[in-house]
Ligand binder design. Structure first.
Ligand code: NCD
Length: 320
């Protein structure tokens, strides 16, 4: 992985993605140990700077940093000086002055991780910026797809057909996912009502469809997106019931999938809206596997960004 930050999937390219996935294999092995901890980042400090709500991404990064023996600091907007009017820049410079090695940032505004990278020497990792990008989600999704298809002898995503379904317009997961899946050679179809597709989707390297029933039998992976009501400033769908009847993965629709097709979702789920409860809990649904792999992928990212610098045990095998 070149560079000191992970801001966009585009920073990685296919080789960078493959490198992260390769290193992740080692950390999946570490995570399965009785004591899932290695000393690779001892003495390093990783700060989580989350200006938006999060359950899995935040806990996943924190767990990843701890399993690498890094020290962790946690910033929560509601209990910080942000409530007293402190600016983002002052907050970053304050934390920076304490001596940190990485900042994991989530913010509702697109581009904030790039701004922060201009204010600190520490590595900046984008954990979701507005509707824009969420690179580690895309990496853990690629890893999960590859892991599930290994049993069928496939080593890569090349030629796999992936349908990304639902609220693409507001989804940073979709933007990073499309970049990563297509970089690895997968064929992506976005399936959504017109109102939930961004106008720019016309120029993405994907097919577009409004007919989920027609797409499902042809795909290896169906990747469902949450309807992001908190980001909708206008009524983009008539009712939830109509959305589900057109684009929800109901039990009837799941029966259209090929036998070994995977069902994925970044979480949090709106059960009964984009996915029926009984479908989310089917063995072909790998949603919890995505979460488990998220920790190992984030260990790999932290390791690749931080283990090479001065004072590190660079050259050591990551899992020694
Ligand atoms: C996503 C996010 O916050 O971008 N969740 C996640 O990080 N796993 C997707 C979402 O909120 O729907």
């Amino acid at each position: 992985m070149s560079g000191t930050n992970l801001l966009s999937v585009a920073d990685l390219g296919a080789d960078g993605i493959e490198e992260v996935l390769r290193v992740t294999d080692s950390f999946v092995e570490v995570s399965a140990r009785a004591i899932p901890r290695v000393p690779a980042l001892r003495g390093r400090t990783v700060v989580s700077l989350f200006y938006e709500c999060s359950t899995r991404t935040r806990l996943s990064f924190e767990t990843a940093a701890k399993r690498l023996s890094a020290d962790t600091m946690n910033f929560t907007v509601t209990t910080s000086s942000t409530t007293k009017g402190e600016s983002l820049r002052d907050t970053v410079e304050t934390i920076d002055a304490m001596g940190i090695d990485a900042v994991v940032v989530r913010h509702s505004a697109a581009g904030v991780p790039w701004q922060i990278a201009g204010w600190t020497e520490a590595s900046v990792i984008n954990a979701g910026d507005g509707w824009h990008e969420h690179p580690t989600q895309a990496l853990l999704d690629c890893y999960t797809i590859r892991q599930c298809h290994k049993s069928t002898g496939r080593q890569s995503l090349a030629g796999l057909r992936i349908a990304v379904v639902g609220d693409v317009k507001h989804s940073r997961v979709a933007r990073s996912g499309v970049l990563a899946f297509t970089a690895l050679g997968a064929e992506v179809t976005l399936v959504a009502p017109r109102t939930l597709l961004p106008p720019s989707a016309e120029s993405w390297p994907v097919d577009l469809s409004h007919d989920l029933d027609a797409v499902l039998p042809k795909v290896d992976v169906v990747y469902l997106l949450r309807l992001q009501n908190e980001r909708m400033t206008e009524a983009l769908i008539p009712t939830l019931r109509e959305y589900t009847s057109g684009y929800g993965l109901t039990r009837r629709r799941a029966a259209l999938l090929q036998e070994d097709a995977l069902v994925m979702h970044p979480g949090p789920l709106n059960r009964g809206v984009e996915v029926a409860t009984e479908v989310a809990d089917l063995p072909r649904s790998v949603i919890t596997q995505q979460v488990s792999n998220g920790v190992a992928v984030r260990m790999a990212v932290l390791y690749l960004l931080l283990a090479g610098g001065a004072g590190s045990q660079s050259g050591d095998h990551p899992v020694a």
